[in-house]
Design a binder for this molecule. Sequence first.
Ligand code: S3P
Length: 449
Amino acid sequence: MTKAAMTAASARRIAPSVSPLRGEVTAPGDKSISHRALILAARAHARSEITGLLEADDVLRTAAALRALGVRIERDRTAAGAVWRVEGAPWRSPDATLYFGNSGTGARLMMGAAAGAGSAARFDGDQSLRRRPMGRVIEPLALMGVRVRSRDGLLPVDIDSSPPLRAIDYALPKPSAQIKSAILLAALGAEGATAVRETAPSRDHTERMLGAFGATLDRADGVVRLAGGQRLHGARLSVPGDISSAAFLIAAALIIPGSDILIRHVGVNPQRTGLLQTLAEMGADVAVANPREVSGEPVADIRARGSGLRGVLVPAARAPSMIDEYPILAVLAAFADGATRLEGLSELRVKESDRLAAIAAGLAAAGVACAAGPDWIEIEGCGGRGVPGAARIATRLDHRIAMSFAVMGLASRSPVEIDDDSMIATSFPGFFAALRSLGAPFPDKDRSS
Ligand code: S3P
């Protein structure tokens, strides 16, 4: 996808689906795992092979940045799908700015990795990413001895490092896998053991994958310890489907009566499945079958059927395990019977958009009563009355806001228009095509998207 295609906003109207969704699909590769697979393979001392990589704009930006840092990355098409081959090599300092588009994960993880690899580079991103806080990563990197320059902790950020870095013992100020991972990636280039302390667990894909590349690390009582200077060997990795993308398909099936879909090969890491627990509490008919482990990550197939839902209270403690799922959960809450209250959402204010504000505005525009505070939202479910719809939704450069309200349009009484569907390509380029293959009423142009 070119930068021009990414930035060409296009509005899209989503009309209610007249028939149920039926059939099987696979979710696109996990975005978090895809970034990490490329980055760790690039830091290894041998060749790695990755299948199932998410080929969406965010991850392709990370691949492009790694190439600019001197890493050879090739993509081959095989009968079984695309294989990405990465030749781990020492990183150099790039001539040009590393541009991460919309991707907070790419920018933050790569700052840590580049620091650990001894590169000097400028990091930048799109308008949305330029508003997101980078101080949370810059601060621990500076403690490790990385020279960092930024204005007010925002992009563009310059980093310059000469390993060995200082090992640190760092208590995360908030549960964030991005901060934790940036520190661990930098710690590979530190002298001595770095400790990262978590107050609440966040996704542990980096820790699991470091093991797959032959690193030893110690994890106990919420502390991850990693000794610097370890040589990573090459690995063969298979990336599972992204539960955060599957969530939109699951939600569509739940609210379109009579639907019955199966999503194969979805990652079900326990730090990512808070939505499944919440859906069970809402009375959703969702079943997780055929559990297995692939490349050190738990994987399963997920079946979802049209269901009546009831409102629930989702406690703050659950937020880290479903942090990206609140927009689609809010849409589901609009279809439920009774009120839903979601708590502990301060981090939603600093995602690709201020998601709490975007959700509240979108729901209100679609005729759903809701109230929001600094870190909570309460949604009055429409239940049997149905969600009115008939709204134009401001998606605010946020893929998950766009997909959530597109799903709402499939089951609201009147169509919903999203003002810009282009950002969906950052995480789920085949979103409309996947829904269409299940029977959603989208035009032919989505066949290949
Ligand atoms: C991610 C961690 C989460 C999540 C993001 C991906 C990751 O962010 O919202 O989409 O891959 O580590 P935080 O670490 O800031 O919570």
